[in-house]
Design a protein around this ligand. Sequence first.
Ligand code: PGA
Length: 258
Amino acid sequence: MADGSQAHRRPLVAGNWKMNLTHLEGAVLAAEVAAALPSPVPVDVVLCPPFTALQAVGDVLAAAGGEVMLGAQDLHWQERGAFTGEVSAGMLAALGCRYVIAGHSERRGLFGETDEMVARKAAAARAAGLIPIVCVGETLEQRRAGRVEAVILGQLEAVLAAVSPDAGLVIAYEPVWAIGTGEAASPADAAAVARLIRDRLRQAGPGAGDVRILYGGSVTAENAAGFLSEPDLDGALVGGASLDARSFAAIVEAAVKP
Ligand code: PGA
């Protein structure tokens, strides 16, 4: 069932730069992105550079009018202490971040993040006033085994045990097999998983209609409109194509709902 109250959710397009660009290169790209977007920016737009570029990118975005928001790619759930190499939600908020990605499949797959860790990160982000973009998604093996629903609901379960579903939560559906492969899901398949997510959120709380659900995985300027015109998808989490200002701006344009 499509969510009838979709109209009140402002679309969101987030660029996940991953481990790319120095702070100097990031400042250049941020300025290009700001210049490529119309003003006022018609949807919520967030850039998530590496930690080392947050300050520089934040400065550029602020100087460009502050319409494009700053986000981080990860965080630790503790506020401070002996956690060498980690960064807390409070540190990100102090730098001007508004969003933070939690539980990206690269964190889960390459760095052993569990559902429980992701849930703690989401809760810590919210406690610091940040909006977590929590990633969920199945592997190709899981999809072939018919386990999409079980995997997605399992990943969601942990998050919902830690945070209530409302406008301060974003869920990104990112099938692992579609990330960085050039093989995006079909818009219909992505929307079907978004509906599954929405239905589960509804059981968890009255604010479920305010949670934005994004699609991520090989989104490009060419295929973005297919996803973003789906009423059940509220935006996109963009990796590779976010490293090119013109491609990213075209994706933002495709997110504007009539
Ligand atoms: P991609 O990455 O757009 O390069 O597939 C998406 C993501 O990992 O968030």
